[in-house]
Ligand binder design. Sequence first.
Ligand code: AMP
Ligand code: MG
Length: 326
Amino acid sequence: MKTRFLKADVAGMKAAAQALRRGQLVAFPTETVYGLGARALDAKAVKKIYRAKGRPSDNPLIVHVNGSAMMETVAHPTSLARKLIAAFWPGPLTLILKSSGLVPDVVTGGQETIAVRCPAHPFFQTLIDFLGEPIAAPSANLSGRPSPTTAAHVYADLDGRIALILDGGPCNEGLESTIIDARGRYPVLLRPGSLTVEDIARAAGVKVLNPGANSPASPGTRYRHYAPDCRVELVSPRRVREGIEALKFPKTGLIHRSPSGAPLPGFSRKIPGGLDVYARSLFASLREAESFGVKTLYVETVPKRGVGRAVMDRLQRAAGLSHPAQ
Ligand code: AMP
Ligand code: MG
């Protein structure tokens, strides 16, 4: 298949809506990471998403809507969900709710629940308005790879596999949405993301729970994920400051915030600024290290507070370490 590459402007919007109506796949910018979309109500089109990404079929997709009215066609909101929607939509918050049954099983993995989000990115919002229907969209990468935060990342993974890529520049957040099971009285954190648990607890007025033995974890969190094609090793800020001995070997790399106590290797990225900047740059830096030919990549850890919780979740998965979803 020939993949078209267009700017995310008015002409790009028309081409995207037309491709989606024809049952084709389109990659586009969102505020979190680039998404790979199909009409959520078109089971045949949605199947193509799993094929293009090599995604396991038991890993359901997030359905994107343009607001509460469209959400209520696909899901049954609780009062907790309404509170969180009022506080955070449009934005990087995905809610797990009871499905209305409108969306086909291939989207939800045949579960009674559905994942829904209203995106804040103007291009994506307008695309849903234009189509007048919900769009199912996971991240636009090959399954298991770091999520794409630029159109070039999408191109590297999906050229020849999808109809159209829309370039809207780098993503604002650079990390996927936070997933909350909002079916009960308390929010349950299924995947940490760019919206922090602290903010969710404040808006909900109750504490955020971790998934218990009985709550269904987010199926996607079972898989190895976010991994570049090199060995990733996590290192503490103290180790970075003291100097990592192994960095003197060839084909090593370092992604860090703290000053390095050892001479820097061929590939190094010092990400200045706050945790949000680290979060935004993380996936791009992993891909950059890989294309530089790095074989062992040392990445500095961050405190598991605020967006740091999501950063550490992604880093631990990239390093192939098993750990709970929080
Ligand atoms: P991605 O779009 O690639 O960021 O992945 C979407 C995430 O949403 C995956 O981790 C899925 O497991 C999760 N998800 C989608 N639908 C559901 C659902 N009905 N229940 C729980 N998690 C879900
Ligand atoms: Mg993904």
